[in-house]
Design a protein around this ligand. Structure first.
Ligand SMILES: [Fe+2]
Length: 308
């Protein structure tokens, strides 16, 4: 049965592929139902937008803010997907489609391979102002969509989707998931005047936008796709390392290999790299102090002790 859940109180988290067949691009998509957003939600959107716009000054990749306004993503109201799509389609042939929450990896990557970006239609609640695990419309539209107007980055995301389809059955989902994580979600780029954010997970987070660029704790390491695909990710706290690209051209060229099969085979033989751990091949922009993790671990240990 097609998923029609549009319950914005609790976003869906779908893992079940029953009923979905490969090639079905509509099974997990839902209408945005824009008319159903409340005034409070539009106000919350404006608040999130204003706060992030201020924080991202000088921190986001150069074209980011211009791209937001070109696509009509403004503070005034939660944008209508059809209006954003009209402009985005003309620019790069991408469109944004509504989804009820987190959807399984196969339909997700098939949408990407077909230049359709799945966006949660719900908006977080005020209690989740700073962080929400499920991607909501603020994370997806504000964080991801502006860079889909960049032709090279747009091609990279499609390439990722196509590569993921090819990799099915090779037990390589985790490697590709990490590549996506450390580029599309948590990537940094080196511009002439310093490091900037391009990953949507950082772009839509007020605290990580500052942490990722300015805190001395995390490592900032030059792009190395095999290394990234071996590196554990952190889903509930700031990253222990960020990977830095020179340009979207580099990202595209380095991943546009016709066949990743030998890379997956080699990766399977190698140990995973724990968060914060370094390897001899690392080329650092700066080696982190790891102070933040130390304090966070101490706090966690104290909390555990208090409970027992
Ligand atoms: Fe995301």
């Amino acid at each position: 049965m097609k998923k029609t859940n549009n319950d914005r109180e609790y976003p869906g988290h779908y893992t079940d592929l029953e009923g979905w067949t490969p090639g079905d691009l509509e099974y997990f998509t839902i209408p945005q139902d824009w008319e159903n957003y409340t005034d409070e939600e539009h106000k919350l959107w404006a608040h999130l937008f204003d706060r992030q716009e201020e924080i991202l000054k000088g921190r986001a990749i150069t074209q980011f803010m211009d791209s937001l306004s070109t696509l009509g993503i403004t503070r005034d109201r939660i944008p209508k997907l059809e209006e954003v799509n009209e402009i985005l389609m003309k620019k790069t042939g991408w469109e944004v489609v509504g989804v009820p929450g987190v959807i399984p990896v196969y339909p997700f990557t098939e949408l990407l391979a077909n230049r359709k970006f799945p966006a949660g239609t719900f908006l977080r609640k005020p209690k989740h102002m700073d962080y929400i695990e499920e991607p909501d419309i603020f994370h997806d539209l504000f964080g991801h969509v502006p860079l889909l107007a960049d032709p090279v980055f747009a091609d990279y995301i499609q390439l990722f989707g196509q590569g993921s389809i090819k990799a099915r059955g090779m037990n390589a989902d985790k490697f590709l998931g990490r590549l996506y994580w450390y580029t599309v979600e948590f990537g940094l780029i080196e511009e002439k005047d310093g490091l900037k954010i391009y990953g949507a997970g950082i772009m839509s987070s007020p605290t990580e936008a500052v942490f990722a660029l300015e805190n001395p704790s995390p490592h900032r390491i030059r792009f190395d796709k095999e290394r990234m695909m071996r590196t554990q990710v952190k889903i509930d706290d700031f990253q222990a390392q960020y990977f830095v690209i020179d340009s979207f051209d580099q990202l595209f060229k380095e991943t546009a290999e016709p066949d990743f099969t030998p890379i997956y085979e080699e990766l399977k033989q190698q140990p995973m790299i724990k968060e914060g751990e370094t390897v001899p091949e690392d080329v650092f922009i700066n080696k982190g102090t790891r102070e933040y993790e130390k304090i966070a671990n101490e706090k966690r240990a104290a909390k555990k002790k208090n409970k027992s």
